[in-house]
Design a binder for this molecule. Structure first.
Ligand SMILES: [Zn+2]
Length: 289
């Protein structure tokens, strides 16, 4: 999956807040809490993690301990993406967004780039104060993707995924799938529904984002950033999609599966949606019924 060593990265698409405190942590009022709840439902956040969003959490560490390098300085080329995880994230974000820029243009539409915010522990989003416990998410209100890199460790240790760089690419491409949905007005349609279950609007939204991730993966080498994607790497992404299936997570966290509360879809549904996008490479194949 190496990046083309000479490709130019655009680190301005990633906002690095790692090791930075979140400043004042405004109390989340009832109304805003509800918005967060709706957003969380929409994004399919595990309800057990919700309290972490709504309730105060310990302030993120500040000071020099978590000081990181300036991405604008260290992430210049594909060669940097091949050697550093944070630059690899920049490379994936760039590749995903170049693809969607071109794809929107083909449809006569304009794609508006969205930044990815890297944080550690907790951060402030327009959707509310978020801790790493909610996992990576897309906030429609500020049109940004939020990611604590520790999630990828958790994906492996807690969710049992084999991991790997292309599993990371899938997670990012899924979140950008939500941004594409937002630009297309598809997030508005389902935001009024809080229903859960295998056929719910929430699950359909998530499966569509998986499919859109597959569409990018199909074209991953077209954008000039990645030189090749092997079958083993495709397998990493399918494995990650299965690992974050609602049934798998429920079996792990509550010991039983309750499909009526699904928000993201089962492992099988998610894998299939990703496969659909991977095989067709066509966003039209991701239309929800
Ligand atoms: Zn999602």
């Amino acid at each position: 999956m190496p990046f083309n060593n000479r490709s130019r990265l655009d680190p301005s698409q990633v906002d690095d807040r790692r090791g930075r405190g979140v400043g004042t942590r405004a109390a989340v009022g009832g109304g805003l809490g509800l918005v967060i709840l709706v957003v969380a439902m929409l994004l399919g956040v595990n309800p057990a993690d919700l309290t972490n969003v709504i309730e105060p959490a310990p302030a993120a560490s500040t000071g020099s301990a978590g000081q990181t390098d300036n991405l604008a300085v260290v992430c210049q080329t594909g060669a940097d993406a091949n050697t550093r995880e944070d630059c690899r994230i920049v490379g994936f974000v760039n590749s995903i967004q170049v693809f969607w820029t071109d794809e929107f243009a083909r449809q006569g539409e304009q794609y508006l780039p969205a930044r990815t915010v890297l944080f550690t522990g907790a951060t402030q989003a327009a959707c509310g104060y978020a801790t790493a416990a909610v996992g990576p998410f897309y906030c429609p209100a500020d049109q940004q993707v939020y990611l604590d890199l520790d999630f990828f460790v958790e994906l492996h240790t807690r969710f049992g995924a084999q991991g790997g760089a292309f599993a990371e690419a899938y997670v990012l491409a899924h979140e950008y799938g939500h941004h594409v949905q937002n630009l297309a007005g598809a997030l508005d349609q389902s935001s009024g529904s809080s229903a859960t279950g295998p056929q719910s609007a929430s699950v359909q939204t998530e499966l569509q984002a998986d499919c859109l991730a597959g569409v990018w993966a199909n074209h991953a080498t077209d954008t000039g950033y990645l030189t090749q994607v092997t079958d083993a790497e495709i397998a990493q992404s399918l494995d990650a999609a299965a690992a974050v299936g609602d049934d798998r997570i429920q079996r792990q966290t509550q010991g039983y599966v309750s499909p009526e509360s699904w928000t993201h879809g089962s492992s099988e549904q998610r894998q299939q949606a990703l496969k659909d996008g991977l095989q067709t490479g066509d966003p039209a194949s991701c239309e929800t019924p």
